[in-house]
Design a binder for this molecule. Structure first.
Ligand code: DAH
Length: 341
C-alpha cells in the first residue's frame, strides 16, 4: 500500500506541475483528491491492513493528501501569475505616443464683440437688462411714442403674431427701456442686447433677424454731452483711441433730439473708399435724449430727470471689428469662416 501511495504522489505531482490551466488543475484535484479519486479509493482498502500498519499508512495517506493539496495551490498561483503577465504584455500602453487632439470650439465673432461691449459698459457702471423677443405692440411701439398709424408699425416691416396686431416679434430692443423704467426708479444705467426681427430680404447687409444692443441712462442732469462722452468711450475702446465719431441729426419717435452716430471709416480714414461707399464715414447707431412722453409714460418726473438712449446693430459692429464683408457669413455657421477669429 505504501508503494501505491508513493506512486500516486509521484504521478500526481508531475501531472500537477505540468497542468496548463485552472480547468486542468481542477480535473487533477478531482482525479486524485475527490470523493471518487485515487487516494480515497486507496484509503477504502485500509480496513484490510493489520492494526500495526494502519496508523502508519493513515499518516502517510494524510501526508500525500497535504502534499498534493499544496502542490495544486502552488500551481494555481503560478498559473494566475502567468495569466497576469500575459495580460499585462498584451495590454501594454505607451504613454509617450502623442494623443489624438479633440477639436475645441471657440467663441463666435458676434459673442466676442458682444462681450467686449458689455465689458466696456460694465466699466462705466451699466447693468445688463433683459426683455422678451415676443413683445406687446404697446411696448415695441406705443409706449415708445410710436402711435397707431405710424409708418414704423407697417405690416410690411413687422412680424405681427396676432390678428389684432397686439403682439409682435420685437423690431428693436428699445422696448426694454420701457420695461426697465416701469420697474426701476432712476438712477438707471443699463444695456440690453438681443435678437430683433424685421421683414427684410436676406442680402449682404440685411437679415430678417439681427441683434441690437440698447443703452439707457436716466438720472438728474443727464445731457447730450453725457451721451457723446459715453459713445466716444465705446468707440475708442472698440476701434482704438484714434477712432473718430460724428453726430448727425436724425429722427426717432422716442428721442428728442435724435441723432445718428457714424464712425470714421477704418479703411480710408475718411478719404472715401469702397468699404464706406465713398462717404468716409460708416453709420454705427441711433441715439438721442429720451423723449419726455416716454419718460412720463413710465412715471418718471421730467422736471427732475432726463436721460439718453442708444441702439447699436451688433452685426454691423462685428463686421467693422473684423472686416467681414457679408452679413450672411455671420449666420451660416461655416467652421472654415468661424475658426478665423
Ligand atoms: N431702435 C432704433 C432702431 O432700431 C435705434 C435707436 C435709436 C435706439 C435711438 C435708441 C435711440 O435707444 O435712442 O433703429
Amino acid at each position: 500500500m505504501q508503494k501505491q501511495l508513493e506512486e500516486i504522489r509521484r504521478g500526481a505531482l508531475s501531472a500537477i506541475s505540468s497542468a496548463g490551466s485552472g480547468v486542468d488543475l481542477e480535473a487533477l484535484r478531482v482525479k486524485y483528491l475527490g470523493k471518487k479519486g485515487a487516494l480515497t479509493a486507496l484509503l477504502k482498502q485500509m480496513g484490510a491492513l493489520s492494526p500495526q500498519e494502519r496508523p502508519k499508512m493513515g499518516q502517510l495517506a494524510n501526508q500525500v493528501r497535504e502534499d498534493l493539496s499544496s502542490a495544486i495551490a502552488r500551481q494555481a498561483e503560478i498559473l494566475s501569475q502567468k495569466a497576469l503577465d500575459a495580460r499585462l504584455a498584451s495590454e501594454v500602453l505607451d504613454v509617450t505616443i502623442p494623443g489624438t487632439k479633440v477639436p475645441v470650439g471657440h467663441k463666435h465673432p458676434m459673442s466676442i464683440v458682444l462681450e467686449e461691449v458689455e465689458d466696456i459698459f460694465a466699466g462705466m457702471g451699466f447693468q445688463i437688462a433683459e426683455g422678451p423677443e415676443v413683445e406687446l405692440s404697446d411696448y415695441n411701439f406705443t409706449k415708445l411714442n410710436t402711435p397707431e398709424g405710424h409708418p414704423a408699425r407697417d405690416w410690411q416691416d413687422t412680424f405681427y403674431l396676432s390678428e389684432d396686431s397686439s403682439v409682435v416679434l420685437r423690431t428693436q430692443t428699445s422696448p426694454v427701456q420701457v420695461r426697465v423704467m416701469e420697474r426701476q426708479k432712476p438712477p438707471i444705467r443699463i444695456i440690453s442686447h438681443g435678437r430683433v426681427y424685421r421683414k427684410d430680404e436676406v442680402d449682404a447687409t440685411h437679415s430678417p433677424m439681427f441683434h441690437q444692443i440698447e443703452g439707457l441712462v436716466v438720472d438728474k442732469g443727464v445731457t447730450m454731452a453725457d451721451l457723446k462722452g459715453t459713445l466716444e468711450v465705446l468707440v475708442r475702446r472698440l476701434y482704438g483711441k484714434d477712432a473718430k465719431i460724428r453726430f448727425r441729426p436724425h429722427h426717432f419717435p422716442f428721442t428728442e433730439p435724435s441723432c445718428e452716430v457714424d464712425v470714421q471709416c477704418f479703411e480710408c480714414q475718411g478719404e472715401g473708399c469702397r468699404v464706406c461707399k465713398g462717404e468716409g464715414w460708416i453709420e454705427l447707431l441711433g441715439a438721442g435724449m429720451v423723449h419726455p412722453k416716454v419718460l412720463e409714460g413710465c412715471g418718471i418726473d421730467t422736471e427732475v430727470y432726463s436721460g439718453f438712449a442708444f441702439g447699436i446693430g451688433v452685426e454691423r459692429l462685428t463686421m467693422r471689428r473684423f472686416s467681414i464683408s457679408d452679413l450672411r457669413l455671420i449666420f451660416e455657421n461655416d467652421v472654415r469662416f468661424l475658426t478665423q477669429f
